[in-house]
Structure formats: structure tokens, C-alpha cells
Design a binder for this molecule. Structure first.
Ligand code: UDX
Ligand code: UDX
Length: 458
């Protein structure tokens, strides 16, 4: 099956690579000349484990090519996947301008029957509108169908997710389009959900919002655990063993980020409001997620006071999650900005996201370190903000020797609190009554007593 993939970002590039690896001739199209130039030269514009090998192999074998010409890609293919970005607009809704313009250009370049498949995450009704745009702009008298085929790829393991999906969802009102897409995926032997366009579009939002809710539930449980003296890591483990709950996405932290969850949850809320329905639970998820990082920062301010101008902090992790160089909507970056705003100097390190972070954060007040241990030199505390595996195996003796003070703020519960505390660290995590929490509570009781005393004197 001859395939064209429009948009070679995190989703499109992985899609194009794997489709070609399955034996289909694929043309990847992107309007970004620099990106296409780099890919053609064998250099991946993003970090994604395993991707580079597959792209290079299939370029070499001639089944995968790249161009900036959408016309060329469309003319050569029977199936055209739209994988352009759908970022969040001011109103919270998805910005679909790229989808509309690509749809129009596809229509103007049609030269025979094609299935136009939208893979980008788009709100209910988008596929129908794309169908209309294509009809209105068709060159000649070509037949075509529109289909929705949402992606469920997690950055950092999207190659594996695409090869071994839990399911594929294909929505269309055309049996011919459904049959073509079925033949693309059925060799995987995984469930294929065939449905109408609107349900397919909604499955994507419902899934992402549900997963964001799962994380948020655990983040809120963490608040209760910390106050009640329970340990959220143990509670999550105990919950996750129930197969109805499952152990995925039960890690408490600093709140979810990334290019998908925040925008998709907001877009689902907007969709429901547009249908005159106030989706209370989803509104709550958005609010709790915002306060999750504030709650983490509060501990820092309760420990040090509001002014951090005489502090330097070591920061491990800038990407929005592990195994990616992506910093879009990264809570780690937001926390770094906040700490810098309060006067702190920062020594930062991330295994993959240094270049992207530098573009956003600049040099002011930030030292970019070459490895995780360099961040510790001259630092008053260590912050762990992204769940990279290599941070869990830090040499804690070395950390203690290098830091000016043995203090750790672990935003991802990566370390074992017993071990950390037994080494003499003051330790803050999420959803556990660690010795750091006890210290700030004693401090708060003390300052309340002073305040009371002063008031009595007046
Ligand atoms: C995007 C969407 O944001 C997401 O909602 C959806 O589920 C999958 O597609 P991602 O692949 O991460 O996610 O986006 P991004 O990395 O920004 O890549 C989009 C690519 O499309 C960029 O390379 C951009 O240059 C390209 N593009 C955009 C075009 O080729 N033409 C356009 O008109 C607009
Ligand atoms: C997500 C969806 O998982 C994927 O199916 C969809 O297609 C795109 O959006 P992605 O954004 O790549 O994928 O990352 P994901 O692994 O879902 O993590 C999202 C955020 O949640 C990250 O900030 C991560 O750190 C956070 N998270 C995840 C937690 O805080 N706790 C968890 O238990 C899991």
C-alpha cells in the first residue's frame, strides 16, 4: 500500500518509519525544509529510542523517502495520513489551522482515489469538516474517503507502542476505507476497533483524559497519604495489583505534562462545554494538576523561606518525562523557571533535553552541566524532576559528599526514602511523610508560636 505521511514530528516520523518497515512504500512530507534535510542526511530531528535504525534501514532499502512537496507525496500515494500538530489555542480548544490547510492542499493535488486519514488528535467533527474542505477544493473528479485513526503512542516508547499496540482504532463511514486500513494493521494480530468517525475521534480524547485522571487521582491521594502518614508508592502498588485498576499510570509526581495530556484534557473540556455540558471531573483534573507543582514548590519555600537568592540548586531532569528530549509543557521546566524567579541559581542536567531546554531557558542563572554529578558541585540541594531511570541509581554517598547540604527534593519518588534518610539526607518526596516534611512542620509550628507570642506582647 503506497502511503504518504504529512508532518514528520514525533507521531508522523515514527508512523512513516514503521509503515515502511512493514513493507509499504512511504513518503514522509514536512513543510520544514531544515527537518527534511536532516532526516534525509540520516540525522533524526527528535530523540526516540530505536527510531534512527528503522529510518536509516528503510531509506537505504528504498521503501522510505522524504520531501517538502506535499503535491509529490499525495500524487504518489493511495493513503495519506495527516500527522501535523494540533496545539492548544487561547480558548483551550485545539488549533486546527494546520489540518485545514493540509486538507486543502491534498484536495488540490488529488489524481485518483485516496483515503485521507487523520492521525493527529482532533476534536469531534473535524473529520467531517476535512471531508467538506476536500470536496470543495478537489482538483478534477476524484473519488476519496476520510478516516480517523488516532495514535496512542507514548513518547520514549512510540516505536514499541506502534509495533505492539493494545488496539488500533479506525473510524470511517466508508467500508472501502475501513477495509484498506484494516489491511494495514491486521497482520499485527491486535484488536481493531472499527467505528464511525465521531466515536473514533472521541476514543482518543476519552483515553487520554482517563489516563490523566488516573494520574491525578493518585496525585491527590498522595496529598492525603502524606497528611495521614501513609506512603503513596506502597498504596499505588497495592491498588495496581487489582487487575481492574492495573499498575500503569499510578505514579504520583509533580503533575502530568507533555504535548498531549494538558491540551487534550483542555480540549475535551471545551468540547463538552460546547455541547452545554460542564464536565466537572475533567475540570477538577485540570485544577488539581496545576496545584500539584505548587504543592511541591510550597515545600521548598516552607523549608528555605520565600527568597532563594543565596541558593544554588542541582536539577536532574528537564524533559516532560523520561526517554525523550521533548520539553513541551514540561512541569520540570516550569519548576526551574519558578525557582529561578525566586532568585535561585541552577545547575541543570537532562540526558536528552539539554539543547531544547537551552532554547527556552537561556543562560540567565542557569549552568548546563555535562553529567548528573556535575550539577551537585556548589549546590545546596538536589531536585529530581524527570523520571529518567538513571536518576534512580544515583550514587547517594557521592551525592552527599558533593552537595553543600544533604537535601533532596524528589518530585518523582525515584529514591528509596529509607536509604536516603539513613544516609543522613533531609528528604522530600511526594505523598510520603519523610523527615523533610516533619522538619518543615516543626518549623511551621515554631513560627506560628512566635507569631502568637508577638501578638500577645502587643
Ligand atoms: C502532533 C499533534 O500535536 C498531536 O495532537 C497528534 O496526536 C499527533 O501529531 P507531534 O507529532 O508531536 O504531534 O507534532 P510535532 O512534533 O509538532 O510535528 C508536527 C509536524 O508537522 C512538524 O514537523 C511540522 O513542521 C509539520 N507540519 C505542520 C507540516 O508539515 N505542515 C503544516 O502545515 C503544519
Ligand atoms: C500520552 C499518551 O500516553 C499516549 O497514549 C498519547 O498518544 C499521547 O499522550 P505521552 O505524552 O508521550 O503520551 O507520555 P505519557 O507517558 O502518557 O506521560 C504523560 C505525562 O504524565 C508525563 O509528564 C509523565 O511524567 C506523567 N506521568 C505518567 C505521571 O506523572 N505518572 C504516571 O504514572 C505516568
Amino acid at each position: 500500500m503506497k502511503i504518504c505521511v504529512v508532518g514528520t514530528g514525533y507521531v508522523g516520523l515514527v508512523g512513516a518509519a514503521i509503515f515502511s518497515d512493514w513493507g509499504n512504500p512511504v513518503i514522509g512530507v514536512d513543510k520544514d525544509e531544515n527537518k527534511i534535510g536532516r532526516i534525509k542526511a540520516g540525522e533524526m530531528p527528535i530523540y526516540e529510542p530505536g527510531l534512527s535504525e528503522i529510518v536509516l534501514k528503510n531509506i537505504k532499502e528504498g521503501s522510505l523517502s522524504f520531501t517538502t512537496s506535499l503535491a509529490e507525496g499525495v500524487k504518489e500515494s493511495e493513503v495519506v495520513f495527516i500527522c501535523v500538530g494540533t496545539p492548544q489555542s487561547e480558548s483551550g480548544a485545539a488549533d486546527l489551522s494546520a489540518v485545514w490547510s493540509v486538507a486543502k492542499e491534498i484536495a488540490q493535488n488529488m489524481n485518483g482515489y485516496k483515503v485521507i486519514v487523520i492521525k493527529s488528535t482532533v476534536p469531534v467533527g473535524t473529520n467531517e469538516r476535512v471531508k467538506k474542505i476536500i470536496q470543495e477544493n478537489l482538483s478534477g473528479n476524484c473519488d476519496f474517503d476520510v478516516a480517523s485513526n488516532p495514535e496512542f503512542l507514548r513518547e520514549g516508547c512510540s516505536v514499541e507502542d506502534m509495533r505492539n499496540p493494545d488496539r488500533n482504532v479506525i473510524g470511517s463511514d466508508s467500508p472501502k476505507a475501513l477495509s484498506i486500513l484494516r489491511s494495514l494493521y491486521e497482520h499485527l494480530g491486535k484488536p481493531i476497533v472499527e467505528c464511525d468517525l465521531r466515536s473514533a475521534e472521541m476514543i482518543k480524547y476519552a483515553s487520554n483524559a482517563f489516563l490523566a485522571t488516573k494520574i491525578t487521582f493518585v496525585n491527590e491521594m498522595a496529598q492525603v497519604c502524606e497528611r495521614a502518614g501513609a506512603d503513596i508508592s506502597v498504596v499505588s502498588k497495592g491498588m495496581g495489583l487489582d487487575r481492574r485498576i492495573g499498575h500503569y499510570f499510578l505514579n504520583a509526581g509533580i503533575g502530568y505534562g507533555g504535548s498531549c495530556f494538558p491540551k487534550d484534557v483542555a480540549a475535551l473540556y471545551k468540547t463538552s462545554s460546547d455541547q452545554d455540558y460542564d464536565f466537572n471531573l475533567v475540570r477538577g483534573v485540570m485544577n488539581v494538576n496545576k496545584s500539584q507543582k505548587e504543592y511541591f514548590l510550597q515545600k521548598v519555600f516552607r523549608y528555605y523561606g520565600k527568597n532563594l537568592s543565596n541558593k544554588r540548586f542541582a536539577v536532574l531532569g528537564l524533559a516532560f518525562k523520561n526517554d525523550t528530549d521533548d520539553i513541551r509543557e514540561s512541569v520540570a521546566i516550569e519548576i526551574v523557571k519558578y525557582l529561578r524567579g525566586a532568585g535561585a541559581l541552577l545547575s541543570v542536567y537532562d540526558p536528552q533535553a539539554m539543547y531544547n531546554s537551552k532554547q527556552i531557558l537561556g543562560d540567565n542563572g542557569i549552568k548546563y552541566c555535562l553529567d548528573k554529578y556535575e550539577t551537585l558541585e556548589g549546590s545546596d540541594a538536589l531536585f529530581i524532576l524527570t523520571e529518567w531511570k538513571e536518576f534512580a541509581s544515583l550514587d547517594l554517598e557521592k551525592v552527599k559528599l558533593t552537595l553543600r547540604e544533604p537535601v533532596i527534593f524528589d518530585g518523582r519518588n525515584l529514591l528509596d526514602w529509607r536509604k536516603v534518610e539513613s544516609l543522613g539526607f533531609t528528604y522530600f518526596a511526594v505523598g510520603k511523610r519523610t523527615n523533610g516534611v516533619e522538619k518543615i512542620e516543626r518549623k511551621d509550628v515554631y513560627s506560628t508560636a512566635i507569631l502568637k507570642n508577638e501578638n500577645n506582647h502587643h
